[in-house]
Write a protein that binds this ligand. Structure first.
Ligand SMILES: Cc1cc2nc3c(=O)[nH]c(=O)nc-3n(C[C@H](O)[C@H](O)[C@H](O)COP(=O)(O)O)c2cc1C
Length: 230
């Protein structure tokens, strides 16, 4: 390979970032189907392919967003909706807590939302449930019979999907925020009982004028997390 030429796979991976404001520009269903077919080339333990993807657009997306927002904006109903699995540690340790805080402060700093501005913080979090105005939303579910190992496979699938999106000029935001609303999502999408909501994702074209999309996250240097045993 020509060292001067950028590797297109690396380019797609490195140019991926979580986009939190999208243009209304539609994404044709054929493109979404192509992305999903590419993503499904992911490896999975014993080729189980545990991904179950619910694509929402148009009226179905609006219905889902409204149903979640109704609960999210109701202080009495909200505490009754919790993720069925622990997304993050109950007791945070360093360096993870520091990284989590930094990305939060950086994002809210860009948006001019200060500490203690609860209404504005809530409104920004609510943007998740509008899929950040993306024309395509996805809800990823997994059969409840699977253990955590299948979630590794799922991560590979989602990584492929996000990389393939970049290769087509599209952007994404993966969203655990949806996991809190299993019951609302199950009712809206008529999910069978065996499907557990794992994550959501927004897909579309970036609104590059939106200040939140100027966020650039850091990565710890290799030495901080890779050990070479020889
Ligand atoms: C599985 C997963 C779930 C995430 N959930 C959310 C979410 O609910 N809302 C959100 O705004 N960002 C979410 N993110 C985005 C992360 O905050 C983001 O990946 C991280 O800060 C690194 O930034 P980057 O994606 O721009 O490189 C999620 C990322 C992953 C991988």
């Amino acid at each position: 390979m020509d060292a001067a030429a950028p590797n297109p796979v690396d380019e797609a991976i490195i140019s991926r970032r979580s986009v939190r404001a999208f243009l209304p520009t539609p994404v044709p269903q054929a493109t979404v189907e192509e992305l999903l077919r590419v993503a499904a080339r992911a490896a999975s333990g014993t080729n189980t392919q545990p991904w179950l993807v619910h694509v929402v657009t148009g009226a179905a997306k609006t219905r889902l967003s409204s149903a979640i927002l109704q609960v999210f904006n109701d202080p009495e109903a909200l505490p009754q909706h919790q993720s069925e699995f622990s997304i993050y540690p109950s007791a945070w340790v360093s360096p993870y807590l520091d990284r989590r805080r930094k990305v939060g402060w950086d994002l809210y700093g860009l948006l001019g939302i200060g500490k203690g501005e609860h209404a504005r913080t809530h409104a920004q979090h609510a943007r998740n449930f509008q899929f950040f105005d993306a024309p395509v939303g996805m809800i990823f579910t997994v059969d409840r019979s699977f253990g955590y190992a299948a979630w590794v496979d799922y991560g590979l699938f989602m990584g492929n999907l996000m990389t393939a999106a970049r290769a087509r000029g599209l952007h994404t935001c993966p969203q655990f925020a949806f996991a809190q609303f299993q019951r609302v999502i199950a009712a809206s999408l008529q999910l069978p009982d065996n499907e557990q909501v794992l994550c959501g994702l927004s897909l579309g074209y970036e609104d590059s004028a939106a200040v939140e999309n100027s966020l650039r996250t850091e990565r710890a240097p290799l030495e901080a997390w890779a050990s070479f045993h020889v």
